[in-house]
Design a binder for this molecule. Structure first.
Ligand SMILES: Nc1ncnc2c1ncn2[C@@H]1O[C@H](COP(=O)(O)OP(=O)(O)OP(=O)(O)O)[C@@H](O)[C@H]1O
Ligand SMILES: [Mg+2]
Length: 360
């Protein structure tokens, strides 16, 4: 199977599950056509996976990941069997190259393979390759820009194997950052003037990593990863209150913790999170020609930690909000709105994958 970026194959897909296999949990989203609005969130599930089962984006223990996915599927009660998956952004090499215009599909394949062998640090037969002709290269009518994407076969196969263990078929293999951007586009399309001209920063604060993407007019102009996430909060709870990691995960969400939690654990975490965001913004300003951002969206499971949004808004002095990728969609009756508000920011990538169904 080829890796395909969202814009690589704009074909209508059959019923599809968006499945985000991440370091702390499995996230599954199913979108269907709505009645009054184009899209309806039919169902979703988030299931924790054993620690270490996915580490640094690698599937270390496929059985444990499949077990969590199996639980998520049972909880959702879906019959859909096709799955859209994503590779971690760091596992994919993407490169814009220039090739002569007007070649046949097969000639492009040969050329792309030849080019790829220059950029990919492994044997070409160990690699899954995909490409997309983007359009004319600059003023030239003789050349076209082509985007090539390459990932190790093994990384693709590991993820495919997990879904196959659960009786699913992987029909799309995307890249996490591209899937997240597709979901973001869906949200920014609802901004005044569709967000045109706005410099929009999205911070995805996950379990171990925080990624930032800055987007302007649909183009990603900056991307960066920093080591920061909610696992740190969990570990502090384990260390300070003698909880197991599983207990800490639960109590962090229910807030069932000693009085001292706010001052001793939460505030330092919020301070550090906001400092990480400011640091990333500084990198953005110093490494690009841009001197401002107009809007900040927070995504990722840890973005909902109490006080974090307010602290970031205060320090950055930029309108800041939690992202809801399901904004502007219908909700099926079975979806609990209150819980969805807490879960939605963490479902950005899974939602982007599920949206692939509507690619026209
Ligand atoms: N309601 C909540 N309150 C506080 N923290 C939460 C809540 N829900 C989820 N989290 C935390 O969010 C983190 C998971 O977020 P997310 O699913 O975005 O991470 P991930 O994608 O698995 O991690 P990474 O991107 O680092 O690989 C966990 O640390 C979890 O404890
Ligand atoms: Mg994540």
């Amino acid at each position: 199977m080829a890796i395909s970026l969202p814009f690589l194959s704009r074909r209508a897909s059959p019923p599809l599950l968006g499945i985000d296999l991440s370091s702390s949990c499995v996230k599954v989203v199913e979108l269907v056509a709505g009645q009054k609005l184009p899209v309806r969130l039919q169902r979703y599930a988030i299931e924790a996976i054993e620690r270490g089962a996915i580490s640094d984006g690698n599937v270390e223990n496929p059985e444990q990941v499949a077990e969590a996915l199996g639980r998520a599927l049972r909880r959702m009660g879906t019959r859909t069997r096709e799955a859209a998956l994503a590779l971690p952004t760091s596992a994919v090499i993407t490169k814009r190259i220039t090739l002569p215009a007007g070649l046949g599909e097969e000639d492009y394949e040969i050329q792309v393979e030849a080019e790829a062998s220059q950029y990919v640090p492994f044997a070409i037969d160990e690699v899954n390759l995909d490409f997309q002709v983007l359009g004319m290269a600059g003023a030239s009518t003789e050349d076209v820009d082509v985007l090539l994407a390459a990932a190790r076969k093994e990384k693709v196969e590991d993820r495919v194997a997990v879904v196959e263990m659960c009786g699913l078929r992987a029909t799309v293999m995307d890249v996490e950052s591209h899937a997240a951007r597709l979901a973001l586009e869906h949200v920014t399309a609802m901004l005044p003037n569709e967000g045109q001209g706005q410099v929009i920063a999205v911070f995805d604060i996950g379990s171990t990593m925080t990624t930032v993407a800055v987007v302007l007019n649909g183009q990603t102009i900056f991307e960066r990863e920093q080591v920061f996430g909610g696992q740190q909060l969990t570990q502090d709870l384990v260390r300070l209150y003698g909880l197991t990691p599983e207990e800490a995960e639960v109590k962090k969400k229910t807030g069932d913790l000693p009085e001292t939690f706010r001052s001793d654990v939460l505030q330092p975490f919020v301070d550090q999170g906001a400092a990480e965001v400011m640091r990333a913004l500084q990198f953005f300003f110093t490494s690009t020609p841009y001197a401002r951002v107009d809007r900040i969206y927070l995504a990722g499971g840890s973005s909902v930690v109490s006080g974090l949004l307010e602290e970031i808004a205060e320090r950055a002095q930029v309108p800041t909000e939690l992202i809801s990728p399901f904004q502007g969609m219908e909700l099926a009756q079975g979806v609990r709105e209150k819980q969805l508000r807490v879960d939605a920011p963490g479902l950005l990538t899974a939602c982007g994958l599920a949206l692939r169904r509507f690619d026209a």
